[in-house]
Write a protein that binds this ligand. Sequence first.
Ligand code: GDD
Length: 409
Amino acid sequence: RVVAVIMVGGPTKGTRFRPLSLNVPKPLFPLAGQPMVHHPISACRRIPNLAQIYLIGFYEEREFALYVSSISNELRIPVRYLREDKPHGSAGGLYSFRDYIMEDSPSHIVLLNCDVCSSFPLPDMLEAHKKYGGMGTLLVNKVSAESANQFGELVADPETNELLHYTEKPETFVSDLINCGVYIFTPNIFSAIEDVLKQKKDRANLRRVSSFEALQSATKALPADFVRLDQDILSPLAGKKELYTYQTLDFWEQIKTPGMSLRCSGLYLSQFRHTNPHLLASGDGKRTATIVGDVYIHPSAKVHPTSKIGPNVSISANARVGAGARLINCIILDDVEIMENAVVIHSIVGWKSSIGKWSRVQGEGDHNAKLGITILGEAVDVEDEVVVVNSIVLPNKTLNVSVQEEIIL
Ligand code: GDD
């Protein structure tokens, strides 16, 4: 049997995701109309003999209660949220719930970061892992040499795929092959974490004995029960025939910023063509809007037949899009109203916001730049004939004049 664990972090993580994480925990922010964490969960569903899916994080329990109960019913697989009292690090968090995870006596544990966007080739990865015969297999990907330092960089044996060397976010370039934050482990991972915890405790005890110098470094040190998967486990175990790599040739991105969430929403929409075509708006029929490319429209949204939508547009529950409106590359959240002849391009429009007649909300479409897309927080009112370009607007603002390249607090 297999158990899947998705690390969802907590409110002190994901701060780069503001202002969108002010309303909803980042893992529940919708991409292609589904909560971010829904995509790895659906991918886990394809693993043979999957017994359970756990989400581990330090958000309040109630923030995930509704989602986990509805997704458990929908997928007919138990999905549970386990709350850490405080952050223990990516490996420490996993370790603190080892009793739950081992309840089903799994032969394998699939571990995923929730903030990555991928086709998650888990069944193939599991097969490869069984052939390698090690303790763990990492999903890896080639990225541009300039962007590699945002990730764990690694070197693998081209013949055997063994992980030979691993460095987390190095300052000097090591490799353009990076860690995707998707792993398969045998239960031996728990002994490996336990060893690290023991070493940390021993070191802390030593420090207590040796006075002043120790006091200095102890103030900088992480708590003794904090264990990071990358630095504390992967780095020391590289080159010991314990860890192997599986390279994805399909799409993979990390979702740290709103700009990247817009790009990843588009990647998931295009994946729906193969996996969930019924979720994509078809645009045929006289009473529907003109649809261009991949578009998701929630069944409760009201979209005027003379509007034109797409490509890469997701429209959430109860949103209304007026006559003659034009939407391109955007996420429209719940209860938004877009009035007649308004234009929204390269933007995210927050819950309950409204965009007036003949107004324009747009970004330049650079998903990596700070002001590369326009973001309206919750309940922002853009009045008629106002133009908002490359800006971030915090919740509850009214814009009655046009703005460009501004952060409106
Ligand atoms: N439950 C819990 N508790 N989750 C945590 C904790 C914790 O204490 N700390 C981090 N996480 C979750 C985050 O929400 C995220 O999903 C995942 O664990 C990894 O977060 P970080 O440890 O902050 O690392 P990162 O995202 O900067 O980088 C990691 O992922 C990259 C791929 O996206 C590293 O493993 C990189 O090497 C890797 O390239």
